[in-house]
Ligand binder design. Structure first.
Ligand code: NI
Length: 137
């Protein structure tokens, strides 16, 4: 019987970043971003939650092999971001402020291109246990 199911997988990475708008003066940046603008960066323990929704395959009973989804998350997110300085080490943030809003967008785009187009994808990123963002495309 055809049915849609959502599967979830979580992952974790540590990374450093600094929030800064280059068009602004140091004083404007400090005032707007506060401690997040500190010159020498600061770190977060990021948690991501990936949600893939689609139709369950009637033969296998799978939506997606979780080993495959785990592999995409390791390759696209953990290997790219874990123990990195997002501003300096990750090309996507060379000119894009690494806010949670922008990080979740970058992660979504990287995973989207790995997944079957029939799946819908939602990514949630926790910057702290209490602050999190979600992007659905
Ligand atoms: Ni921060």
């Amino acid at each position: 019987m055809k049915r849609r199911v959502a599967v979830y997988r979580t992952a974790h990475f540590n990374a450093a970043h600094r929030l800064n708008v280059p068009q602004w003066t140091p004083e404007e940046n400090q005032k707007f971003f506060g401690a997040c603008n500190n010159t020498n960066y600061h770190g977060h323990n990021y948690e991501i939650q990936v949600r893939v929704e689609g139709e369950v395959d009637e033969l296998t009973g799978y939506l997606i092999d979780m080993k495959v989804l785990k592999g995409y998350m390791e390759e696209e997110v953990i290997e790219a971001f874990d123990h990195k300085n997002l501003n300096l080490d990750v090309p996507e943030f060379a000119e894009l402020n690494p806010t949670a809003e922008n990080i979740v967008w970058v992660i979504w785009k990287k995973l989207r291109q790995r997944l079957d187009e029939n799946f819908s994808l939602s990514v949630r990123l926790y910057e702290t246990p209490r602050n999190f963002v979600e992007f659905n495309g």
